[in-house]
Design a binder for this molecule. Structure first.
Ligand code: SAM
Length: 269
């Protein structure tokens, strides 16, 4: 199916419902064939099939204007590239909104946006769903961002050619937190960022490999000491690699000096 011959504006990838209220993702894109893409595989794919979440893809071109379904025009004031028209985007958003709960979060994937982090992922996993607008060209006319109340979210300080991969990153990160997706529901509590620290090192069989043995403590069976060792390793890795996270973690720790001030507090760089 090509971009041109998409006549329908919405393509539903339905999931057999095993829950009354699946987490709903609506994606607006000029490239509907990019979905579900990687989201159709592995954990996210199985969860989609089992109805833990649902995906509704709207082809923006289906709302384009004129015989050629035009979706973009040059920027007023001059400059390179093309801008996605607000009238076209409004029609696409209105159409997608019909299938979404009223309180679903409306998001425009954008390098100018708030950077996606685990706290925001958790927040989105608690919502009823998200509507994700994928930009192309130079991006969206500012008026549609303002009038539709689109929250801008970035996946990092680099520029992609379109929002589709950013949308897939966001959905994947959210879906793995949904109840029933991970075999072990506690698994994600140990992930990097969950407690503000990066994850400790991991080891598995064989015990000795390439001349290196697994740290003795992990073979001790003493779960208390293992937990302490892992926590110290997580702190060290975070301190060595991510000063921004480390400083935040220090500030989040309860006071130990009794005067209400955090004794771990170090000056922020
Ligand atoms: N002119 C825009 C700017 O400088 O901010 C970049 C436009 S980019 C070529 C086209 C689209 O890719 C954007 O509208 C956005 O949807 C998506 N995109 C690019 N980088 C992104 C990022 N870091 N995070 C999320 N979406 C991104």
């Amino acid at each position: 199916m090509t971009e041109q011959n998409q006549s329908t504006s919405a393509q539903s990838i339905s999931a057999q419902s095993t829950r009354k209220t699946p987490w709903q993702a609506a994606v607006l894109t000029l490239f509907p064939d990019m979905f579900p893409g990687v989201l159709g595989q592995s954990l996210a794919g199985k969860a989609l099939q089992s109805g833990i979440w649902s995906l509704d893809v709207t082809d923006i071109r289906g709302h384009g204007v004129g015989v050629h379904h035009k979706v973009d025009d040059p920027p007023f004031g001059g400059g390179p590239g093309m801008v996605m028209r607000p009238d076209v985007m409004a029609a696409a958003i209105d159409s997608a909104a019909q299938a979404m709960p009223a309180d679903a979060r409306r998001i425009y994937l954008s390098p100018r946006g708030k950077q996606l982090d685990q706290a925001l992922v958790r927040e989105l996993s608690a919502a009823s769903g998200v509507m994700l607008v994928c930009g192309r060209y130079e991006g969206l006319d500012q008026r549609i961002i303002d009038q539709s109340g689109l929250m801008e979210i970035s996946i990092g300080d680099y520029v992609l050619s379109g929002g589709e991969m950013a949308a897939q990153v966001l959905i994947d990160a959210v879906v793995r937190l949904l109840p029933g997706v991970m075999g072990n529901p506690d698994a994600h509590h140990q992930d990097s960022f969950e407690d503000g620290l990066l994850e400790h090192p991991l080891y598995t069989h064989p015990r000795e490999w390439s001349g290196v043995t697994v740290p003795d403590i992990l073979l001790s069976g003493d779960h208390g000491r293992i937990a302490t060792w892992r926590h110290e390793q997580a702190k060290q890795i975070t301190r060595d690699r991510r000063d921004d996270l480390w400083q935040k973690w220090l500030l989040s720790q309860p006071s130990s000096d009794g005067d209400g001030k955090n004794s771990n507090k170090k000056p922020l760089k």
